[in-house]
Design a protein. Structure first.
Length: 271
C-alpha cells in the first residue's frame, strides 16, 4: 500500500475537463503507471459520468486491471491525476495526505474481482457485514439488517448462513457484489467478474449488474463479455499497450471499430 505517496483532497474547483460529459464522477487525466521500467499506463485520460456504465476491453496485458487498481488506490500512479467525486489523487501535488484520505476514495468506489476474494471462514452474511462492522462501526443489528437486505438484492436471501465452499461460483460472485455494496459506494469497479464462471452462471451475475445500473450505480467493467458490453454499456473503451486506442458507443466500437488494434482484438474475441 502506497497511499502515503498520493495527495487526496478536494480539488480547488470542480472545473470539468473539456470532455463531452460535464462534472464527471471519475476523471483520469494523463495517468502514467510503470512497473519498474515497464510502462503499463501510458498517458491514459478518460472520464466517467455519474450513473454511466463503461466497459473496458482490450488485449491481455493492455493495462485494464492496472487502471482499475489505480482508481481504487490499490496502486499508486507515477504521474497524472485521478479525481473521484470531490477527491483527487496526484502524486506530484504538494502537501500529500495519508492513507485516511485514500480510504475516502475507496469508500466511493467498490471493487469486485474475478476470483471473488471472499473470506473462506465466514458465511455469506458475515462476509457482507465485516466491513460495515469494523470500518463503518455499525451496530451489529444494523449491519445484519443491511447485510440481509443486500443478500436479498442479489437474490441470495436464503443463503445468508452458507459458507463460500457451499456456494456456486455465481453465488459467490453475488456475495462479493453484496459485500462491495455494503460500504454504500457510488461506483463499482469490476475486473472480469464473470471470467471464472460457467456460461449459465455468468448470466445471473450480469443480471445483478444490470439491475445496479438501472438503480443508477456508476460502473466501470473490465469484461470479455462483448455481448454484455454491447447490451449494457453506455460507452466502450479499448485499452491496448497502456493507451486508449478507441472509445465510443458499443455500436461504434464493437460493430464498426476504427483502429487496427481494436479490429484485431475483436476478431479474436468474437470468433
Ligand atoms: N504487480 C506487477 N508487477 C509487475 N508487472 C505487472 C504487475 N501487474 C501487472 N504487470 C504487468 O503490467 C502489464 C499490464 O497488466 P494488467 O494486469 O493491467 O493487464 P490486463 O489488461 O488486465 O490483462 P488481462 O486481460 O490479461 O487481465 C502486463 O504486462 C503485466 O505483466
Ligand atoms: Mg486484467
Amino acid at each position: 500500500m502506497t497511499d502515503d505517496q498520493q495527495q487526496v483532497s478536494p480539488p480547488p474547483t470542480a472545473a470539468p475537463q473539456g470532455g463531452a460529459v460535464p462534472e464527471p464522477f471519475i476523471e483520469v487525466c494523463d495517468v502514467v503507471k510503470r512497473y519498474g521500467t515497464q510502462l503499463v499506463l501510458d498517458g491514459v485520460s478518460l472520464s466517467v459520468a455519474p450513473g454511466e456504465t463503461v466497459a473496458l476491453i482490450g488485449p491481455s496485458g493492455g493495462g485494464k486491471s492496472t487502471l482499475l487498481r489505480c482508481l481504487n488506490c490499490l496502486l499508486t500512479i507515477d504521474s497524472g491525476e485521478i479525481r473521484v467525486g470531490p477527491h483527487r489523487l496526484n502524486p506530484q501535488a504538494p502537501g500529500g495526505v495519508g492513507p485516511d484520505a485514500a480510504r475516502q476514495v475507496k469508500r466511493l468506489l467498490g471493487m469486485i474481482f474475478q476470483d471473488f476474494q471472499l473470506f473462506p471462514h465466514m458465511t455469506a452474511l458475515q462476509n457482507v457485514i465485516e466491513a460495515p462492522l469494523h470500518v463503518l462501526r455499525l451496530a451489529r443489528n444494523d449491519a445484519r439488517d443491511r447485510g440481509l437486505r443486500l443478500l436479498q438484492r442479489v437474490g441470495l436471501a436464503d443463503r445468508a448462513d452458507a459458507f463460500p465452499w457451499q456456494l456456486s461460483g455465481g453465488q459467490k460472485q453475488r456475495v462479493a457484489i453484496a459485500r462491495a455494496l455494503a460500504m454504500e459506494p457510488r461506483g463499482l469497479l469490476c475486473d472480469e467478474i464473470t471470467s471464472a464462471l460457467d456460461p449459465e452462471l455468468k448470466g445471473e451475475v450480469l443480471d445483478v449488474v444490470e439491475a445496479l445500473k438501472r438503480d443508477g450505480m456508476t460502473l466501470v467493467m473490465v469484461t470479455h463479455e462483448i455481448g454484455f458490453a454491447r447490451r449494457a454499456a453506455d460507452r466502450v473503451i479499448v485499452l491496448a499497450g497502456g493507451k486508449i486506442v478507441e472509445s465510443g458507443t458499443p455500436s461504434q466500437v464493437i460493430d464498426n471499430p476504427q483502429t487496427p488494434r481494436t479490429q484485431a482484438f475483436l476478431s479474436r474475441v468474437l470468433v
